[in-house]
Design a protein around this ligand. Structure first.
Ligand code: NAD
Length: 371
């Protein structure tokens, strides 16, 4: 199969969907891999690294003109114009963006959005949400440590003792867990909150304290169980009690990392302006939910700002700041997904009996087919 790897065009995007490692594997499977010149440069993969494994270097038209196009981000109008009807596209295509999917359908693409894969054991190796959230959680702590003007670990020195940083993590999915693990390695004292009860054990196993907000009604308990491993919006009664507990912790915190998301909805507000005002000068908030509106209303997506003496980081693409490893993991996710949709003979097969393929398929034959 002729596989194209374009240079990503979204501002600030540094990742690439195929690395020299996965290009080599695709080549070994009998495919021709055409990489747009410069596609891997920002992820430490120059053109020569691709040619060394047998890939061809081409221009934009050459990459988008292939039968199968592998991307990180959903294509914009300029990119769609370069793709022929019948092209297969794999990437992170924003399954909740109905208009974007319409554009893919109108362009006649057969498209697969990897974010839509089910959170099952079989789909784990192609789970881009996990591979990228893991990186975001790590980088969030790195940025917080950089912006924070004190140490993370407790230090006893000849010049006196330095207290450990108090870190509060709100939302303990994949990103939150990695944030806890990373902050722990740096010696911080950590507390964490999530709506899902199953998280408590995971938080404690990483050496952090779980902020317990007991469920008082069957409705609260049911909502907290979520669906398919994801959170659902919690009843206001629970959110009010959570707010009280979170406010106490945030007022004492040096660093707050928020990652709370509900798929397809704006991010819940967990850190109010009042809470920010209660924080010590020099404290840091890293809001991973910034692209979905933020868990703090003072967050400015894409910006780092100081409000009420607190630094608020609204970085919207943290994985792109760890470009090489984010690409390495993403490219392996893509490679694994391709095993489900490419036959040994090198042709496309869309087996809708396969739950992963069916969930990821967004468009085919001019129609939006998203489940
Ligand atoms: P996510 O990015 O959708 O959300 C981040 C976290 O925010 C979640 O833990 C969610 O419960 C939490 N949250 C939502 N509203 C909140 C609120 N008001 N207060 C506090 N926290 C709130 O989550 P994710 O990282 O994609 O993980 C979602 C689930 O999928 C988790 O259960 C995870 O363990 C599971 N998962 C399973 C697999 C697998 O089995 N293959 C792989 C990855 C993740």
């Amino acid at each position: 199969m002729l596989i194209g790897v374009p240079l990503e065009t979204v501002a600030g995007e540094t990742r690439v969907a195929v690395t020299p490692e996965t290009a080599k594997k695709l080549k070994a499977q009998g495919h021709t891999v055409r990489v747009q010149s410069g596609a891997g440069v920002k992820a430490s993969a120059p053109d020569e690294a691709y040619t060394a494994v047998g890939a061809e270097i081409t221009d934009a038209a050459g990459a988008y003109g292939c039968e199968l196009v592998l991307k990180v981000r959903a294509p914009g109008a300029d990119e769609l114009a370069l793709m022929k009807p019948g092209t297969t596209l794999v990437g992170m295509l924003n399954p909740f963006d109905a208009e974007g999917l319409q554009r893919l359908a109108a362009a006649g693409l057969t498209s697969f959005a990897l974010e839509a894969a089910p959170r099952t054991t079989r789909a784990q190796s192609m789970d881009v949400l996990s591979s990228q959230a893991n990186i975001a959680g790590y980088k969030a702590v790195m940025i917080a440590a950089d912006k924070y003007q004190r140490f993370f670990p407790m230090l006893m020195t000849a010049a006196g003792t330095v207290k450990a940083a108090r870190v509060v993590i709100l939302g303990v999915g994949v990103a939150g867990l990695q944030a806890i693990a990373t902050a722990k390695r740096l010696g911080a004292v950590i507390e964490a909150s999530d709506v899902r009860p199953s998280v408590k054990e995971q938080v404690e196993s990483l050496g952090a304290k779980f902020i317990d907000v007991p469920y008082e009604t069957a409705e609260e308990k049911e909502a907290a169980e979520g669906v398919g491993g994801y959170a659902r919006p919690m009843p206001q009664s629970w959110l009010d009690r959570q707010k009280v507990e979170v406010a106490k912790r945030v007022a004492l915190a040096d660093v707050v990392i928020t990652t709370a998301l509900i798929p397809g909805r704006p991010a819940p507000v967990l850190v109010t302006e009042e809470m920010v005002k209660s924080m010590k000068p020099g404290s840091v908030i890293v809001d991973l939910a910034a692209p979905q509106g933020g868990n703090c209303p003072l967050t400015e997506p894409g910006q780092t700002v100081i409000k009420h003496g607190v630094t608020l980081v609204g970085e919207t693409n943290l994985p792109a700041l760890v470009a090489a490893d984010a690409s390495a993991l993403y490219a392996r996710n893509v490679l694994d997904f391709l095993k489900l949709v490419i036959t040994k003979e090198g042709t496309l097969k869309v087996d809708l009996e396969d739950d992963i393929v069916a969930a990821c398929r967004m468009t085919q034959d001019g129609q939006v087919t998203r489940k």
